[in-house]
Design a protein around this ligand. Structure first.
Ligand SMILES: [Zn+2]
Length: 258
């Protein structure tokens, strides 16, 4: 880790844990880890995407995430946002994000469950009540007067019916559950894949072509390749129908199990 947050080695006595989201659609934990591993000054303690929770700094290292004095108060984590939308400058409304898209529901449920687990882990470890003094998001920190004015995560969580009070209630439930985990309640099993590229730009432009034709296309980075997917489904029949529609429209597509 080359981030100056690590090299400087300043430590804090954590008073709580602060939730962020990256405002970078499609940027994965892997992308952020390699960026932060450069000689940059900002870096959170943890980062989450739909593949897991990754620790970037020792938990008592002072991270850079929300200005002063929040940086001295909280363990911090970023949640990566899915590559299914663009902000187009509409930060407060999250641009053209569609909360009804199955891939967005799957992604949100997965990262939300990780965020709940991580917060519950630290509440238990430090004996914190999961209340708004100890478990809060960046915008709530701003409202308290301790953090910079960023909207995260209130531009996103409420689109899936979750306020920060709901989040804190879920953290409490997770702390009280026997195995300490909270499972996402939707399981996507089938993806329709319409293309696979080494080049991210090519993948994105093909995804845009599909979107123009009415397919809910998005780009997902899987083991170094940019896969263009045109739908995520719980039911294989619905996946088959999308493949047929794509073929009728002249595209090649097939179903992959996830
Ligand atoms: Zn933030």
């Amino acid at each position: 880790m080359n981030s100056s947050c690590y090299k400087t080695g300043r430590t804090i006595s954590p008073q709580g844990i602060m939730t962020h989201s990256t405002a970078t659609p499609g940027g994965t934990a892997e992308d952020f880890i390699s960026y932060w591993n450069g000689d940059v000054s900002e870096c959170t303690t943890y980062i989450i995407d739909d593949t897991g929770i990754y620790q970037l700094l020792p938990e008592k290292h002072r991270s850079w995430h929300a200005g002063s004095p929040a940086n001295d108060m909280y363990i911090s984590y970023e949640i990566c946002e899915p590559g299914t939308f663009q902000y187009n400058g509409q930060w407060a409304t999250m641009g053209n994000y569609d909360p009804t898209l199955p891939e967005n529901i799957r992604y949100f449920n997965t990262v939300y469950a990780y965020a709940v687990e991580l917060s519950a882990y630290f509440c238990k470890k430090y004996g914190w009540e999961p209340d708004s003094s100890h478990v809060l998001c960046h915008q709530e920190g701003y409202q308290k007067g301790v953090a910079t004015d960023h909207i995260d995560v209130l531009q996103w969580f409420p689109k899936h019916g979750k306020s920060m009070d709901d989040f804190r209630a879920d953290v409490r439930a997770c702390m009280n559950s026997s195995d300490g985990s909270s499972k996402p309640d939707i399981q996507i099993k089938y993806y329709v894949q319409a293309g696979s590229y080494k080049d991210e730009k090519l993948a994105k432009s093909f995804s845009a072509v599909l979107a123009q034709k009415g397919f809910p296309a998005f780009v997902k980075k899987i083991s170094g390749m940019y896969k263009v997917q045109a739908g995520a489904f719980e039911n294989i029949e619905n996946a088959r129908k999308t493949v047929e529609k794509l073929q009728e429209a002249g595209f090649e597509a097939f179903i992959v199990e996830g």
